[in-house]
Design a protein around this ligand. Structure first.
Ligand SMILES: Nc1ncnc2c1ncn2[C@@H]1O[C@H](COP(=O)(O)OP(=O)(O)O)[C@@H](O)[C@H]1O
Ligand SMILES: [Mg+2]
Length: 250
């Protein structure tokens, strides 16, 4: 299979902290890769490195064979890498339609405003927000803001779409809807990296899983094997134990 994304010994430090530590893996064209790990494992940071939000401290990132390690976020987006944010970040004073049209203009190849709005409408229909196009983004419920994030990502016509906890805070019906959308997006040929805490979601969507713990990759394989890997189990049990004894629910 054709390799679309390749990480070679990628690291990122924040002060003395190794948020991502010597991570190497490949993602093939058309694959749905799950990225798991306890809170603070470095999942979001890894997405930030791939998308150019933060530069890597060392290592190389290749997309479609091209070195994107030192590229700026907007250049990377235009190459076909889009992501959703764990903490949803719509432009609050813009309507839902304008939010998505911005993505279409910025990186989706829209030829002008009219085209951008037309494309945005299609993405909003697809994500079930067809009846919310004229609302201010700030007035949407959490579930709808998550869908708006997804529509904004799609508007950039990505070849690789990275989903950072798009299901967090949703009820099980909303999650089922989101999963159907994610599978349809994959069927259209978009490669997907999905960060998700719910194992049910991982097992039903991901073809392969990479597990991180304290910034290091501790497993890479088919979902069944990764979820039974002793290092993965220990990482999760350890973090649950820590959470239970610090009074935190994280
Ligand atoms: N911008 C930043 N500045 C300093 N530390 C950060 C920053 N972003 C993340 N970190 C730290 O890096 C580690 C990994 O965080 P993160 O990638 O958000 O984990 P995850 O998404 O797996 O929960 C955590 O210890 C976090 O506090
Ligand atoms: Mg995160």
């Amino acid at each position: 299979m054709t390799v679309l994304l390749e990480l070679k010994s990628v690291s990122r430090q924040f002060g003395g902290l190794n948020a991502v530590n010597d991570v190497s893996f490949q993602v093939s064209q058309g694959e749905i890769l799950g990225l798991i790990g306890p809170n603070g494992a470095g999942k979001t940071t890894l997405i930030n490195l791939i998308t150019g939000v933060h530069p890597a401290t060392s290592g190389r990132i290749l997309f479609d064979g091209q070195d994107i390690t030192k590229m700026r976020a907007h250049q990377i987006a235009r190459k076909g890498l889009a992501r959703t944010f764990q903490v949803v970040q719509p432009f609050p004073k813009m309507t839902v339609l304008e939010n998505v049209a911005t993505g279409a203009l910025f990186a989706g190849g829209a030829t002008g405003l009219k085209d951008a709005f037309a494309q945005a409408r299609q993405h909003l229909e697809f994500t079930g927000l067809g009846d919310s196009v004229d609302k201010l983004a700030s007035t949407l419920t959490l579930a709808k803001r998550k869908r708006l994030e997804l529509a904004k990502g799609l508007a950039m016509r990505p070849r690789l779409l990275m989903l950072d906890e798009v299901n967090a805070g949703l009820n099980s019906m909303e999650i089922d809807d989101a999963l159907r959308m994610i599978r349809t997006i994959a069927e259209r040929g978009v490669t997907i990296i999905i960060i998700e805490h719910l194992m049910k979601v991982m097992l039903s969507t991901a073809q392969r899983i990479v597990a991180l713990h304290y910034g290091q990759m501790i497993a890479d394989g088919v979902p069944d094997a990764v979820l039974r890997n002793p290092r993965v189990i220990e990482a999760y049990l350890g973090s649950k134990y820590a959470a239970a004894h610090s009074g935190s629910s994280a």
